[in-house]
Design a protein around this ligand. Structure first.
Ligand code: DGP
Length: 114
């Protein structure tokens, strides 16, 4: 397992406000929230970035997306809406090398993103 901030959160070496966990995924509030609700959903199995994904990861990635939608619903975001974001690389703004889906909600989102 690669050593990242997120693997340390998974191992409970760093505390986080965890809102969901199952065998495959963990969801916790972002420490630098960009919206009233800002949660990160990560797979427990390490994959650094979506650019590393292959079709062997398809089931895991599909499941992660379903989990993100479920967590958003559990957080009460479904009616008004929310945004799911995956950043990759420098221009995409990825800072942690463990794939994660951002759930952003609780305010209207601008389009296109800045
Ligand atoms: P990204 O830029 O897409 O790689 O998003 C990484 C996010 O991780 C960023 O929004 C801030 C968040 N983050 C970084 N370190 C921590 C931490 O120690 N705890 C929590 N809860 N979130 C963190």
């Amino acid at each position: 397992m690669a050593d990242t901030i997120f693997s340390r959160i998974m191992a409970r070496e760093i505390s986080a406000d965890i809102v969901f966990e199952d065998d495959d995924a963990l969801a916790f509030r972002d420490i630098d929230a960009k919206a009233p609700t800002h949660v990160l959903v990560i797979p427990k199995r390490h994959i650094a970035t979506v650019a590393d994904a292959s079709h062997e990861n398809a089931a895991m990635l599909g499941s992660l997306l379903v989990t993100a939608a479920r967590v958003a619903s559990d957080l009460g975001l479904s009616e008004d809406g929310y945004r799911l974001v995956i950043n990759h690389g420098r221009d995409g703004g990825q800072t942690v090398e463990h794939l994660h889906i951002h759930i952003l909600g609780g305010r209207p989102m601008a389009w296109p993103p800045g």
